[in-house]
Design a protein around this ligand. Structure first.
Ligand code: SAH
Length: 351
């Protein structure tokens, strides 16, 4: 019999499995505690469960289903895991240390189907969605990299893949992250970043609008957006902004708009003015991300003078602006880059 992933069954089905074996409901609570609070790595560590139960659990469930293909650490405290999935795919996730913050960045898909022209994750298209267990496994594995006195404080869903194309699996995983008897990370410290898919944005709003939403705009007008974000062919900026506004109305949480800065494409003074007009008086943060070079792609990072000009124009229009501060460059911490480099090293040239 194939063992199943415990993290896929951590909610009701684990309780049902335990009760079918005559175990009380408190057993599920103990197991949750071991996983989320005590950071257990193995069923054998769960010493308040009887030996027989520990063995039965180990025979029925796998706690971990991925292998660590590579674990890299940068001087600034950033750590990155390249994880190998049971069916051969690879994904990445990252731990960032910033003063007392411990932020993790997780993936939701193997590859990505959105095709943004500057992004390493989508260069080879979408392989598949991650399961809820695989999403949760990244979170727990990253948590296990922390020292005992460190606490996970924030989650950003900004790794590989389009999170809103896999909401069925993402939402239950984030539920475990935010539950008091899970990781207890408050929903306002969890940010989901989307390329801007109106229907799932609506669904996320209707599911309670609990999380912070970041929308990858990247362009001040339709023409530029269509050029760099292919889904822009099907979805207009107006539709995306309307859904973002609806989300804001329900959640009351400040929206973030992401804007990748590509030299000669969307980084001119006129683009900054146009972006400011597009966003108008919204309560929003503009997160500008100077292009992070991806080998094989023709795009360039704007000069720091061009970046400064862009920033000042937005600020003069009264927008809140943050430039994404680069961390973990030395370890290819940007989306999809480590996986890509490793795949290129593994596959013979020309395949
Ligand atoms: N699919 C989600 C998450 C993507 S990763 C989304 O589209 O929002 C998070 C952010 O990094 C997105 O805004 C994405 O467009 C941006 N990004 C991807 N590749 C980049 C690169 N090479 N340089 C700078 N930003 C990049």
């Amino acid at each position: 019999m194939r063992v199943s992933h415990l993290l896929n069954s951590i909610d009701d089905s684990l309780a049902a499995w335990l009760s079918a074996r005559g175990q009380g409901a408190y057993r599920a609570k103990q197991i949750r505690q071991w996983l989320f609070a005590r950071r257990a790595g193995d069923f054998q560590e769960m010493t308040d469960l009887g030996q027989a139960l520990r063995s039965e659990l180990a025979a029925e469930f796998a706690l971990w289903t991925m292998s660590v293909v590579r674990h890299t650490q940068a001087e600034d405290g950033t750590e990155k895991l390249l994880l190998g999935l049971a069916d051969g795919g690879q994904i990445e996730c990252v731990l960032l240390r910033d003063e007392v913050r411990r932020t993790i960045c997780i993936s939701t898909q193997v590859g990505c189907g959105m095709g943004c022209v500057f992004c390493a994750s989508g260069l080879d298209g979408l392989e598949r969605n991650l399961t809820r267990g695989e999403i949760l496994e990244q979170i727990l594995r990253l948590q296990r990299l922390l020292k005992a006195e460190e606490r996970l404080s924030h989650i950003v869903v900004m790794g590989m893949g389009e999170p809103l194309a896999n909401l069925d699996n993402l939402l239950p995983a984030l539920e475990e992250a935010s539950r008091e008897d899970g990781l207890g990370i408050s929903a306002r410290r969890i940010t989901i970043s989307t390329v801007g898919l109106p229907k799932p944005m609506r669904r996320l709003a209707e599911a309670g609008a609990r999380y912070r939403l970041a929308v990858s705009l990247h362009a001040p007008n339709e023409a530029i957006r269509r050029q760099i974000v292919p889904v822009g062919e099907k979805v207009s900026l107006a539709e995306i902004l309307a859904e973002a506004d609806h989300y804001f109305d329900l959640s009351g949480r400040q929206l973030t708009f992401e804007y990748v800065l590509l030299a000669g494409i969307n980084d001119g003074a006129e683009h900054a003015h146009e972006l400011a007009r597009l966003l108008g008086r919204r309560t929003a943060l503009v997160n500008v991300i100077p292009f992070n070079p991806v080998s094989g792609l023709p795009y360039r990072t704007p000069s720091s003078a061009a970046q400064q000009t862009f920033r000042h124009i937005l600020e003069d229009h009264g927008l809140a602006v943050r430039f994404r501060h680069k961390k973990g460059d030395a370890i290819d911490a940007a989306c999809g880059q480590l996986r890509r480099r490793t795949l290129q090293q593994i596959s013979p040239v020309g395949t």
